[in-house]
Write a protein that binds this ligand. Sequence first.
Ligand SMILES: Nc1ncnc2c1ncn2[C@@H]1O[C@H](COP(=O)(O)OP(=O)(O)OP(=O)(O)O)[C@@H](O)[C@H]1O
Length: 505
Amino acid sequence: MADEPIPAVSIRGLTKRFLSTLALDHVDLTIRRGEIHALVGENGAGKSTLIKTLAGLYTPDEGEIHIDGRLVHPGSEDLPIAFVHQDLGLVDELSIGENVALVAGFPKSGGFISWRRVWSQTRDIYATMGVEPPDPRALVGTLSAASKAVLGIVRALSRKAGIVVLDEPTASLPGPDAEHLFDILRRLRASGTSILYVSHRLNELFGLADSVTVFRDGRHVSTNPIGALTTDAIVRDMLGRDLEIDHRGAEAGGGRPLLLEVEGLCIGEQGPFSFTVGAGEVLGLVGLRGAGHEAIGRTIFGARRQEQGTIRLGGDVIPADLGIAGRIARGIALLAGDRLRESAISGMSLRENLYPNTANVGGRAFLPIRHDRETAEAARVLDRFDVRPPDPSALIDWLSGGNQQKVFVGRWLATGARLFIMEEPTAGVDIGAKGVIHRMLRDIAAQGAGILVISSDFEEVASLCDRALVIGRGAIVAELAGSALTLDGLIARSSTGAEAAPSVS
Ligand SMILES: Nc1ncnc2c1ncn2[C@@H]1O[C@H](COP(=O)(O)OP(=O)(O)OP(=O)(O)O)[C@@H](O)[C@H]1O
């Protein structure tokens, strides 16, 4: 049709194979100018492969990419696309201004870097985006997750690209902080920028995206305007079936024997925190950035120094100076939120990642490793968690982010611990797998373990936990349980308790 405007991006028949995996199978995708186009799909659907192909990191086996009507070859030419990858690629040891300059360029004066202009360039870029600029001299390592996400976006946009691709920018952002990002994206759209937005949080697409494309197993399944969609319809396309809703056990509240007792715990300026977790209970600790909830889990695990207060597990006091190994031996497990840095054993197989310690599969340390037994057990865990590929000999590095997360959760559940501290257990995990992980956590709790979910995903806490404590300004500001534990309740209590006006800058 002659009058049809030329799309910003037109992808036709894109195909990418990795050995036996067909990660993209002749997919088509059209992104119009000035639209927010959401791309969703289960873990392993091919979303990241598409983004990495656009970024020129992978060369497609077949297919064509047109930008503004022109056939392009990513990787061999500079394209007007800005990428915000899941791993934001920021350098913690450098200042905000230097991180911006790594992408935007270091302004020079008389052949030397002009630091005055490095700082003012950063302030200007933030201001154009309508975001209150932080001190450009501050080290990135001191920023919260939300501020880093904003910086990642601000920095990418400093290239003034007409197309922006964001890969799960809200995976570890609390709802109110994510809203600030959405404002930035809406402003960009209004200025004519086209946005490809990958997310597993389907609810956030309503009110943000204009159209939604669903991939399944490397194939394009559907593209629809958001107005024609419901969450259920998106999920049906993603899974190829209806979702089994995993309802939380009704028996919230008391009557359980105490498993964990925390009394007067102080961490730096934060605290004192006092609370309990019953055997069989799933307790959520939620909060906005800087609220201190993550530090509590890390202190119980021994990864942070326990300065004051008492921690009891099963009635026994855990000595304050007991290290991580001693705490693991007593039955405390921690799933770290930063899974790539703290959980993955790169270059090793799924079996080795599941069983880094042979004692986990009914063996004893120092006995020869029983590969056959581990392989059989690993295959069972991979199958139970619907990990793709379910092959114990596959390298962890080959798996999509969400499938890696399922392996790490499986690893800890296999240790037979009594208390599981789970930081953001389903960040980056698709909605089908989220249900599987939640069910596994509930099963483990039903067998008498206690679960402490440290999360900024309020929806997850509302649906998974029996009870939740809202942490704000270094103290417990609210406790919600049973029918009072709802998404709205959590948002209301956290925004009044933690930071009166949450800000991302
Ligand atoms: N470098 C690689 N080597 C081998 N296989 C790969 C590689 N990268 C991706 N794959 C495989 O390609 C498929 C698509 O993966 P991709 O990372 O694109 O999925 P995704 O939709 O981004 O998933 P997630 O939501 O979990 O991030 C998966 O089966 C994955 O295991």
